[in-house]
Design a protein around this ligand. Structure first.
Ligand code: S3P
Length: 438
């Protein structure tokens, strides 16, 4: 499908009021996956009605799971049990969603079904061997293209067996793929992570009554268990809140409250990094919602300064770097990011694409193999390319708050993968954004 939507954002303004961004994408995907395999009826509220999580929902529908909704974030899943999935009529099209493809590769490896997983151009160029290799060690039979990319062809196998796997990259998707395959494996499956990554899979498995053990950096489970349906309240996605945290921080006169934001400690690196840069973010009403920490975040404009971003924070803010680069462009001095080569294999090469766009706006940005150096300064206007990457598009939209000219961002349709309604919500808070459909 051709991307035809551009954002045109006039310079200046500030962000005010209270905003609740849509539900967490990672948790929404997992709620469909585990709810489908559970015994009983799972009721989800706050579900993200974005293209990515809808791709997961449709995939399970086409494998015979009855799913009602989504309607205003409410989804009811009539679980079919661990062995209840059915052969779909054709390939499972997962669109732009890396999380769907990688987690499903693991979850579906031991189903005894003949399956094909496909995606759009961006997803079909992303590395999949990182999941198919450990899954092959478990006995799975999954074909990739010669380049190690989708489409993935999953062939039935007699059985899977547990492995102990050391993750070569800090990736929650790979960890989750192996653990989800482990549900169907004989014996124990363990994954050791080189650095903490988002732990929604482990938390949600426990919520569905499945025992998951963690000792230090090692996470283990035994195959052959069952999942019991439960209710899930999905918090607002901190990755979507990040655009507003940055926007309000950089725009003079801003004061904004972001409501009900997921504050899982494996996800809140963006708050830590912004605070290190001098941001004024208060955490209000911290609470626990269905096993996930949640809070309201009050953010006020504050002068930011450049920092060297501590490498241990990289996996905890992995999706928030496009927005953080905009903060760095508005900060005084230089910001240096290292240890973030993973950014090159996201929905786009986020290091190169952000550097290109920032340069269009007159910012000094120098990409390095594993990061970037950005010298803060004044931002002009211009036309930037999002390369169909939702987070690049939303980041440059926020940059207009501090630009001296209009910013036009090309190819913004994919904002709907993670943040349907972004432009309306941002305009309501004070961003001078217009959506042009070509
Ligand atoms: C995700 C994990 C991260 C993240 C992605 C969602 C998940 O990917 O970038 O948006 O839900 O598990 P990696 O595991 O590739 O770092």
């Amino acid at each position: 499908m051709q991307n035809t939507t551009d954002f045109v954002v006039d310079p200046g303004g500030s962000l005010q009021g209270r905003v609740r961004v849509p539900g967490d994408k990672s948790i929404s995907h997992r709620s469909i996956m585990l709810g489908s395999l559970a015994e009983g009826t799972t009721r989800v509220s706050g579900f993200l009605e974005g293209e990515d999580s809808l791709a997961t929902l449709r995939a399970f529908r086409s494998m015979g799971v009855e799913i009602e909704g989504p309607e205003e974030g409410r989804v009811t899943i009539h679980g079919v049990g661990m062995r209840g999935l059915k052969q779909p009529d054709g390939p499972l099209d997962l669109g732009n969603s890396g999380t769907s493809m990688r987690l499903l590769a693991g979850l579906l490896a031991g189903q005894g079904l003949e399956l094909e997983l496909t995606g759009d151009e961006s997803l079909s160029s992303r590395p999949m061997r990182r999941v198919t290799e450990p899954l092959a060690r478990m006995g799975a039979d999954i074909e990739t293209t010669e380049a190690g990319t989708a489409p993935l062809r999953i062939h039935p196998v007699e059985k899977l067996h547990g492995i102990h796997y050391e993750l070569p990259v800090a990736s929650a998707q790979v960890k989750s793929a192996v653990l989800l395959a482990g549900l169907y494996a004989e014996g124990e499956t363990c994954v050791t992570e080189p650095a903490p990554t988002r732990d929604h899979t482990e938390r949600m498995l426990r919520g569905f009554g499945y025992e998951v053990r963690r000792e230090g950096s090692r996470i283990c489970l035994d195959g052959g268990g069952r999942l019991t349906a439960c209710d899930i309240d999905v918090p607002a996605d901190i990755s979507s809140a990040a655009f507003f945290l940055v926007g309000a921080s950089i725009a003079p006169g801003s004061e904004l409250v972001l409501e009900h934001v997921g504050m899982n400690p494996t996800r809140d690196g963006v708050v830590t990094i912004l605070r290190l840069m001098g941001a004024d973010i208060e955490v209000e009403n911290p609470r626990d919602v269905g096993g996930e920490p949640v809070a309201d975040l009050r953010v006020r404009h504050a002068p930011l300064h450049g920092i060297e971003i501590p490498e241990e924070l990289v996996p905890l803010a992995i999706d928030e770097f496009p927005a953080l680069f905009v903060a760095a462009a508005c900060a005084e001095g230089e910001t240096v990011l290292t240890g973030a080569e993973e950014l090159r294999v996201k929905e786009s090469d986020r290091i190169q694409v952000m550097a290109d766009g920032l340069r269009v706006l007159g910012v000094e940005a120098e990409p390095t193999p594993d990061g970037i150096r950005i010298r803060g300064g004044s931002l002009g206007g211009g036309e930037v390319l999002s390369h169909g990457d939702h987070r690049i598009a939303m980041s440059f939209a926020m940059a207009a708050l501090r630009a001296s000219g209009t910013i036009r961002i090309k190819d913004c349709d994919n904002v709907n993968t993670s943040f349907p309604g972004f432009a309306g919500l941002a305009a309501g808070a004070g961003l001078k954004i217009e959506v042009l459909r070509g």
